[in-house]
Ligand binder design. Structure first.
Ligand SMILES: NC(=O)c1ccc[n+]([C@@H]2O[C@H](COP(=O)([O-])OP(=O)(O)OC[C@H]3O[C@@H](n4cnc5c(N)ncnc54)[C@H](O)[C@@H]3O)[C@@H](O)[C@H]2O)c1
Length: 296
């Protein structure tokens, strides 16, 4: 087990990439502190991981709120005494053109993605000093380095995370605290996160749709980038494990992209040949849905 007895704190752990990282850290023997806003999702994950023997402290926490983050890190210190690994994963997006962005949305995205990461690092450092070393893993995005319409605020936070990571890596090196970024590309988050057959199908057709495609999102995700592979939370989690272990003791201040080649591809994406396949898949699904509506 590569993380045996390490204490790792993961934010935004209730679902998606954070949950994937928490599960893999547990498999590798870590003791876990898990934070997310939804108590329900945290409780489900806590009972799943505890049942498999992982010591878990789960606490509903809004990463943007200093008081809640202080309470989380205090509880972690009391339970485990120190911290070896912090994954600042909690994040929100905003797909809005700049002239339509409302101040409250701007504040929410900046506060979650940037202030949340800042508070995590700010509170983790004293606990990592107690351990004599540590690894901070900040989750950014390909949007931190590439532009796309409607993403100015999100991109500002994700670029900010990369800049802050480089500065922190230099600042914390004397303490042997390493700080790195993982920048995911398109990561498919799974059928329990609201994807699935569209509304209005007959029950038999719903079953058939699931059998054939799972959900449309899964099918089209593999055409997002040069590698015809569906990126999933485990793809991020494998790298997070490496960065959390001492195997990466010589790696700090890096932004490591996990994106199926998306950011290496200078032309439009999907790849032209994959675009045709994607359009064929979409058309087949559209025809299926049209032909299988419940009678009204
Ligand atoms: N899925 C992708 O394709 C993708 C791509 C690039 C980067 N990312 C980044 O990965 C990270 C995880 O996102 P995901 O894709 O798993 O999406 P997700 O929405 O499933 O997960 C985000 C998690 O963060 C939590 N969260 C949001 N605001 C919070 C707050 N204020 N306090 C505490 N928790 C909060 C949510 O409750 C959720 O558990 C994010 O930082 C996201 O920007 C995702």
């Amino acid at each position: 087990m590569r993380l045996k007895d390490k204490v790792a704190l993961v934010t935004g752990a209730g679902q998606g990439i954070g949950r994937g990282i928490a599960r893999m850290f547990a498999r590798e023997g870590a003791r876990l502190v898990l934070a997310a806003r939804s108590q329900d999702k945290l409780a489900r994950l806590e009972s799943e991981l505890s049942a498999a023997g992982t010591p878990v402290l789960a606490q509903a926490t809004d990463v943007a709120v200093r008081g809640q983050m202080e309470a989380l890190f205090a509880a972690a210190a009391e339970r485990f005494g120190h911290l070896d690994v912090l994954v600042n994963n909690a994040g929100v997006g905003l797909g809005t053109p700049v002239d339509k962005v409302r101040d409250e949305d701007y504040d929410r995205v900046i506060n979650t993605n940037l202030r949340g990461m800042h508070l995590g690092c700010h509170l983790a450092v004293p606990l990592m000093r107690r351990a004599g070393k540590g690894s901070i893993i900040n989750i950014s995005s390909v949007h931190g380095v590439e532009g796309s319409p409607g993403n100015t605020v999100y991109a500002a936070t994700k670029g900010g995370i990369i800049g802050a990571t480089r500065a922190l890596a230099a600042e914390l090196a004397p303490d042997f605290i390493r700080v790195n970024v993982i920048s995911p590309g398109a990561i498919y988050l799974g059928g329990d996160q609201g994807y699935g057959p569209p509304a209005g199908l007959t029950p038999e057709a719903e079953e058939e749709y699931r059998r054939r495609w799972g959900d449309e999102n899964r099918v089209v995700h593999r055409y997002y980038q040069p590698l015809e592979v569906v990126g999933e939370p485990v793809d991020i989690a494998y790298l997070a494990v490496y960065l959390a272990t001492d195997e990466s003791r010589f790696v700090t201040g890096q932004d490591i992209t996990v994106d199926g080649g998306l950011t290496t591809y200078l032309a439009d994406f999907p790849r032209p040949d994959l675009r045709e396949k994607r359009d064929r898949d979409r058309e087949e699904m559209r025809r299926f849905v049209e032909a299988n509506q419940k009678p009204s």
